[in-house]
Design a protein around this ligand. Structure first.
Ligand code: COA
Length: 316
């Protein structure tokens, strides 16, 4: 950690998921699975799948809500960033298309970040870096995924896990807010990968057991490292916002670190795993529900393909 640099303040949040809900029972009509198995192994009950909505469409909806809630002038944006592994095009980026749809000024740079499910938290780190050297005050950061288009609906080990959705935040720097981060990566295309091939083959492949083991060791490590850097005890943290992949992973982390499970907000029952969108959707839901109070200390943790991992401490 570089001391004495300002932390970040999340000024406003927004989120959006496509209206089409796919229940576990719906999936059991197309593959050999059932509601009981999915709920027991993952905690997931439903997910939202796009019906023609693009990644740009859903990112724009989340971004519009965050911008409206913030009340800021878009001329004061230092950048527009989207974290995603499921963009509409190789190029242009989702961020550039969001930029177009929102009519952002031309001096606002726009680009995507791909760190899979750690993408939004990588994005917070990048956002802070940009704001530290910008004359502009705010930054728009989204996590947005249309994962349904890269799901192999014949692979019951993966297609039950994921869903589509988008979350967005408007960020500014704050001298009063503590910020520490712990980010890492270890190249591995065996555990989770989406091949760069024609549309037929561009599907999520995953070794579920290996990913599970990776998650239950990496997430506690991220939390411990963040707490150590922040010089905080686990009890001083108000909320732990964990990437919403699997209820058993989150319960395993809580039990390993002996942190009450109530401190881990979960909405994976409703959305499944929305990769880079999961953490900002949680923050937006908690914010909407009035659960976040100024000064709350929040540890956000992501992990996923790459392999990548990321933890941050932010203050509300
Ligand atoms: N419905 C019913 N049965 C299923 C199933 C499904 N959707 N998917 C797998 N099974 C079966 C398997 O075929 C296997 O059957 P068998 O014993 O007859 O061979 C059995 O259930 C157990 O499979 P296994 O893969 O060992 O189950 P698991 O307890 O490891 O759970 C996951 C599988 C995918 C839920 C779990 O490994 C997991 O959550 N991994 C992490 C994935 C993740 O979070 N990825 C994203 C990271 S960002």
């Amino acid at each position: 950690m570089i001391p004495n640099l300002p932390g970040i303040h999340i000024v406003a949040t927004g989120h959006y998921a496509p209206p089409k809900v796919v229940t576990n029972d719906d999936l059991s009509e197309i593959i050999d699975t059932n509601d009981e198995w999915i709920k027991k192994r993952t905690g997931i009950e439903r997910r939202h799948f796009s019906e023609g909505e693009t990644n740009t469409d859903i990112a724009v909806n989340a971004a519009k809500e965050a911008l409206a809630n913030s009340g800021i002038d878009v001329n004061d944006l230092a950048a527009c960033i989207v974290a995603t592994f499921s963009p509409d095009y190789y190029s242009p980026s989702v961020a550039c298309m969001v930029h177009k749809e929102l009519g952002l000024p031309e001096d606002v740079p726009a680009f995507d970040i791909n760190a899979a499910c750690s993408g939004f938290i990588y994005g917070l780190e990048v956002a802070r870096g940009i704001l530290l050297q910008s004359e502009k005050k705010y930054l728009l950061l989204c996590g947005s995924e249309i994962i349904s288009k890269v799901l192999d609906m014949e692979d019951r080990g993966t297609c039950i896990l994921f869903g589509d959705g988008a979350g967005a935040v408007v960020i500014e720097l704050s001298e009063d807010k503590q910020y520490v981060s712990y980010l890492g990566a270890k190249g591995n295309s065996d555990y989770i990968f989406v091949p760069n091939a024609d549309d037929e083959k561009r599907k999520v492949h995953m070794e579920g057991n290996n990913v599970f083991r990776f998650a239950v060791t990496t997430v506690p490590k991220c939390i411990e490292e963040v707490l150590k850097k922040a010089n905080l005890s686990k009890d001083e943290v108000t909320h732990y916002v964990c990437h919403q992949a699997n209820k058993r992973i989150i319960e395993g982390v809580a039990s390993k670190l002996d942190i009450p499970i109530e401190k881990f907000y979960m909405n994976l029952m409703e959305y499944g795993n929305t990769s880079a969108a999961s953490v900002p959707i949680v923050l937006s839901e908690m914010n909407k529900d009035g659960m976040l109070k100024p000064g709350d200390k929040i540890v956000c943790v992501g992990f996923g393909a790459g392999l990548t991992w990321a933890g941050v401490l932010i203050e509300w």
